[in-house]
Write a protein that binds this ligand. Structure first.
Ligand SMILES: [Fe+2]
Ligand SMILES: [Fe+2]
Length: 275
């Protein structure tokens, strides 16, 4: 056994109690973090699956069992920094969320969409909207992502950018042949060939089409790269100038500026907090 391994497994440190088989068999170990070998705090940390992720899945049946686990003194719920995630700086900027929180696939999608918008010579508002359009999927929630994403950035961007992010949610389902936008092939894979958007989405798209900013949001859908190349790396720094001019970064950091959406950014900093 190497010296490093010896240091990582101190003999005088006990593991938390054995998990009941009902939790192990249910696959809930994915939500339970055992202490790292070299951790000072030897307690097990449980992540309670959030309602939006657990509802309609077997995980929702285990809330009570997970709550019961926290009664053991060697077990607590996850609060604050999850050691599995990279630490965020005390005053996080937009670039920190891109680099330290957003999944690689979502980050690549956003950066490639923004790059294509720039290569197409589009207005900075469109480039910025493309860069931000799916940040809710990247760090918060997928369902209704256009609406969540628009709210998250509303205090920091021009109203037209937030509007176009919100409306891309509905517009992406509806072709506009006059500007070369067709229904995405990827959606046939994602939703099946028979999928038809609900009535409220139809109404939203219809209203957006009549709006003076329609084309800004339509351009987000046009530059939305559905079949992007995961091997093409686009650096966030490529958009530093656009972000500097179009995103009002709060000096206290995103999540700590007391804005009506600060809690959304804090949720991405500490996504596993029990409460
Ligand atoms: Fe989207
Ligand atoms: Fe997208």
């Amino acid at each position: 056994m190497s010296e490093t391994t010896e240091t990582r497994r101190p003999a005088n440190r006990v593991q938390p109690h054995e998990l009941p088989a009902s939790l192990r068999d249910a696959g809930l170990t994915n939500w339970i973090r055992e202490p790292l070998d070299d951790a000072v705090d030897r307690r097990r940390r449980i992540i309670m699956p959030p309602a939006a992720a657990a509802m309609g899945t077997p995980a929702s049946a285990y809330q009570g069992a997970l709550l019961a686990e926290a009664r053991h003194p060697d077990t607590v719920f996850m609060m604050g920094d999850n050691p599995a995630l990279p630490a965020m700086p005390p005053r996080p900027a937009l670039s920190d969320f891109f680099g330290l929180r957003f999944s690689k696939i979502a980050r690549t999608h956003l950066l490639q969409s923004a790059r294509v918008a720039r290569e197409n010579g589009l207005d900075e508002k469109v480039i910025m909207a493309c860069l931000l359009h799916d940040i809710a999927i990247a760090g918060l929630l997928s369902a209704n992502h256009g609406y969540w994403g628009a709210q998250m950035v509303t205090p920091y961007v021009d109203e037209e950018i937030a509007w176009s992010i919100e409306k891309h949610e509905a517009l992406r389902y509806f072709p506009d042949e006059s500007v070369g936008y067709t229904y995405p092939n990827a959606y046939i894979d994602y939703f099946g060939p028979e999928y038809s958007p609900p009535e409220y989405i139809r109404q939203e798209a219809e209203a957006a089409r009549q709006h003076r900013w329609y084309m800004t949001s339509r351009l987000v859908t046009i530059n939305d790269i559905y079949s992007f190349d995961p091997n093409v790396v686009v650096d966030f720094d490529e958009f530093e100038d656009v972000v500097g001019r179009n995103f009002r970064q709060p000096k206290e950091g995103l999540g700590f500026d007391g804005s009506p959406v600060a809690h959304m950014w804090r949720t991405m900093i500490w996504p596993n907090n029990f409460l």
